[in-house]
Design a protein around this ligand. Structure first.
Ligand code: NAD
Ligand code: WQD
Length: 346
């Protein structure tokens, strides 16, 4: 039985949240998932139950709703919180900054207030490589300071990191993990859960898989004259199952008070063109593409130095790029319209 038995997972019905609920259940935890379903699906949690044969307590609610959080902590003996709930679309954040600061920053403040009121001081926060800012040298290392972010989404993540550091400074009971994700892609190998963005995808991998499944006509590759080997941007893509396993490992670091930041990535940059070619090779599906102008705010190339997570958490990304492509296609081909039950074949 794990030390921290019952885990509250905010945003547990979302992409990374649902995969992490699965890993937590497999590791022997009890899970309470809390999500307002603005970008998640309760069906994801039903499928997690189907895969694991274990049950999840689901509560529909908003992290900005203190009363709902107080009721939750009153009804369940929570030992630690893994906090995914938030908005994540970079472009949308430029047009609707207040929604991002409200959900991501105010929401986290409300969550921490409710945690403190309930005497729960262990928190894992979904941060992002974006907090290193636009001028950081690669590979990114945790010892680097946060840099200048280029959009309200990124700024909201950096602000939350600072809020949590100040909180830990003020009260040594807090034990906080800041997990800085690079580019999570892929799906559980069962093909039953995966990424199901609402509307047209902003991110590369779901765009590629939706072109392959016939939902979209063609991929636009944003920019081919970057200073990289083939002129397209390079990112550090990691399998969502590895990322989720990192959260289970990170619960261990909460034995030590204070704030602990970890990069979760593979340590390798892969270009957009290499991604398209790997997907075509592994799945046998064609992905028509064209080159389009670069996207505002995109950096040419960045990847993680993941050695701190390996040294301190015993965590490493284990899945290959081929695994990521195969599992993405497993999920997308079995669920062409995602969790939409009227059309899903899963
Ligand atoms: P997601 O949108 O699939 O999951 C987020 C979940 O939170 C959704 O189910 C949504 O309904 C829920 N939610 C949003 N606002 C809420 C609120 N106010 N109250 C309750 N629930 C709310 O996104 P994801 O890709 O699974 O990302 C999870 C977390 O990881 C986010 O905080 C995101 O910023 C962070 N992150 C994601 C990536 C990525 O590339 N996917 C990279 C770095 C960090
Ligand atoms: C990857 C590469 C695009 C779509 C974003 C956030 C980041 C983090 C992860 C949360 C880039 C190119 C994309 C397309 C393309 N999220 N691309 N055509 O931008 O690295 O990171 O998600 O924290 O904060 O900024 O990921 O998947 O959008 O793009 O050519 O249709 O694919 O230019 O080089 P990104 P992405």
């Amino acid at each position: 039985m794990p030390t921290d038995r019952t885990i509250l997972v905010t945003g547990g019905a979302g992409y990374i949240g649902s995969h992490t609920v699965l890993e937590l259940l497999e590791a022997g935890h009890e899970v309470v998932a809390f999500d307002n379903l603005c970008n998640g699906s309760e069906e994801a949690l039903h499928r997690v139950e189907q895969i694991t044969g274990k049950s999840v307590t689901f509560l529909n609610g908003d992290i900005r709703d203190r009363k709902a959080l107080d009721r939750l902590f009153g009804a369940h003996a929570i030992d630690a919180v893994v906090h995914f709930a938030g908005l994540k679309a970079v472009g949308e954040s430029v047009n609707a900054p207040l929604a991002y600061y409200d959900n991501n920053v105010n929401g986290t403040v409300a969550l921490c207030q409710a945690m403190a009121a309930a005497g729960v001081y262990k928190l894992i926060f979904s941060s992002s490589a974006t907090v290193y800012g636009i001028e950081a040298p690669v590979p990114y290392q945790e010892a680097m300071s946060r840099g200048t972010t280029s959009n309200p989404y990124g700024t909201s993540k950096a602000m939350v990191e600072k809020v949590l550091e100040d909180l830990s400074q003020a009260d040594e009971r807090w034990r906080i993990g800041l997990l800085r994700y690079f580019n999570p892609i892929g799906a559980h190998p069962s093909g039953l859960i995966g990424e199901d963005p609402k509307g047209t995808p902003n991110n590369l991998m779901p765009y590629i898989s939706q072109v392959a499944v016939g939902r979209l006509d063609q991929l636009s590759i944003f920019g081919n004259d970057y200073p990289t080997a083939d002129g397209t941007c390079e990112r550090d893509y990691l399998h969502v199952v590895d990322l989720s396993a990192g959260h289970v490992k990170a619960l261990q670091c909460l034995e030590v008070p204070g704030v602990h930041a970890y990069n979760l990535g593979t340590g390798k940059g892969v270009s957009v063109l290499e991604m398209v070619k790997a997907f075509q090779r592994v799945t046998g599906q064609q992905v028509p593409y064209r080159f389009a102008p670069g996207r505002d705010g995109d950096l040419p190339a960045f990847w993680a130095d993941p050695t701190k997570a390996e040294r301190e958490l015993g965590w490493q990304a284990r899945h290959s790029l081929e695994d990521m492509m195969r599992d993405t296609w497993n999920w997308q081909s079995a669920n062409p319209l995602g969790y939409d039950e009227r059309n899903s074949t899963a």
